[in-house]
Design a protein around this ligand. Structure first.
Ligand SMILES: Cc1ncc(COP(=O)(O)O)c(C=O)c1O
Length: 391
């Protein structure tokens, strides 16, 4: 982190909305620019005494363009350090690659499918012993722990694509009692709704591609650590050595996107809540999966663990099964039929088609990433798609 640009303002006392909108209040020391310059250099000059007093040697991964977005994310998550990666997958896999072959890890059965696939294939080939459990069931998690051998517990909450809620504090206690660390994929909650490090987690992971950036125009990942410990040093080593680094322009765009994080997340939460309430009990819909609904399993825990809303992600199970669900997705006009989540625009997707065999997504499930459009327009479009599909 370059202290020349560090603020003199009391950012530590600021609310998340202020931290984000002001970008921590940083001003470029060299130019007094409010929006930071983008640094493109791949290498840095040595001092006359052969040292590197700048703290930077080579652009994999010393990059001044990371300083402000990493510091902002760190402040939002209340961590001790943050690191940007080329993608969410690069960030997540770095946490596992920083372990040692033979280490045992326990992870949620319901999680981002591509990471689950990687854990069950490449991570196992590399030597990790991976066990998937239902982490909403704390007894199941306890039973899976092997004290002294389990090094990491990985959870996602709310979890793709059924939005199940895992108790972060309880998992931290269980992990720590067995000598393991807890990592949380908090992509869907964002630091606006949940701050896992304050609940005892050791590492938070984000696909910054999603809400952090918020405009569906870059791929990025991030990790935030509670402590600057040996595990964190190993993770930074993986980033520098494997080279999964973010480009300077993407880091700059990400900071710009994060400035509106608070307003975007709150608007998406309001819209998702309106949609969930409207479609709950709808004659053409079997079930609405949204942690904000009182009848949702995990609602009470979500209400304790999340503050300010239940997120912008929800799913609907369409009456009539898989064919009916796919037909509804084909009939939308305003919603975009695409994968991903967390952008300003609303997306709809038949999730089982994406995830393939072994998916926990029921065949009749459509995943909805609710954007920040007018909620009435979103409801009208989904209503006409349901009617047009004859679901
Ligand atoms: C919850 C979650 N975690 C991780 C990832 C992976 O992130 P990326 O696509 O940025 O590699 C995704 C991507 O969809 C995701 O939804």
């Amino acid at each position: 982190m370059n202290d020349d640009t560090a603020p003199t303002s009391p950012a530590g006392d600021w609310a998340p909305a202020t931290l984000a909108a002001s970008g921590l209040g940083w001003v470029d020391a060299a130019t007094r620019a409010i929006s930071p310059p983008m640094h493109l250099s791949s290498t840095y000059e040595r001092d006359v005494d052969n040292g590197y007093s700048s703290g930077r040697v080579y652009g994999r991964a010393d990059n001044p363009s990371y300083d402000q977005p990493e510091a902002l994310l760190c402040a939002l998550e209340r961590g001790a350090g943050a690191a940007l990666f080329a993608s969410g997958m690069a960030a997540a896999t770095a946490v596992f690659m920083a372990l040692r072959p033979g280490d045992h890890v326990v992870a949620s059965k319901v999680m981002y499918w591509s990471l689950r696939n990687w854990l069950m294939t490449a991570a196992k080939d590399w030597g990790l012993e991976v066990e998937l459990v239902d982490t909403t069931d704390l007894d199941a998690l306890r039973a899976a722990m092997r004290p002294g051998r389990t090094r990491l517990v990985w959870i996602e909450t709310p979890a793709n694509p059924v939005w199940s809620i895992t108790d972060i504090s309880a998992c931290a206690e269980i992990a720590h009692a067995a000598g393991a660390r807890l990592a949380v994929d908090s992509t869907v909650a964002t630091p606006i709704l949940t701050q896992p490090l304050t609940l005892g987690a050791d590492i938070v992971m984000h696909s910054a591609t999603k809400y952090l950036n918020g405009h569906s125009d870059l791929i990025a990942g991030a990790l935030v650590t509670r402590e600057l410990d040996e595990a964190w040093t190993r993770i930074l080593g993986v980033r520098a050595q494997h080279g999964g680094i973010l480009g300077s322009f993407e880091a700059w765009l990400l900071l710009r996107g994060m400035r509106t994080l608070d307003v975007r997340v709150r608007a998406a939460c309001r819209n998702a809540e309106a949609l969930a309430c409207h479609f709950e009990g709808h004659p053409l819909i079997e079930a609405v999966l949204y942690p904000g609904l009182k009848g949702f399993i995990g609602h009470d825990l979500a209400a304790r663990q999340m503050s300010g809303g239940f997120g912008g992600m929800m799913s609907i199970r369409v009456r009539g099964g898989e064919a009916a669900a796919i037909a509804v997705a084909a009939k939308v006009r305003l919603w975009k039929r695409a994968t991903s989540l967390g952008g300003t625009e609303s997306l709809i997707e038949h999730r089982a088609s994406v995830e393939g065999p072994g998916t926990p997504a029921p065949p009749d499930l459509l995943r909805l990433s609710v954007g920040i459009e007018d909620p009435g327009d979103l409801i009208d479009d989904l209503e006409q798609a349901l009617a047009a599909a004859g679901a």
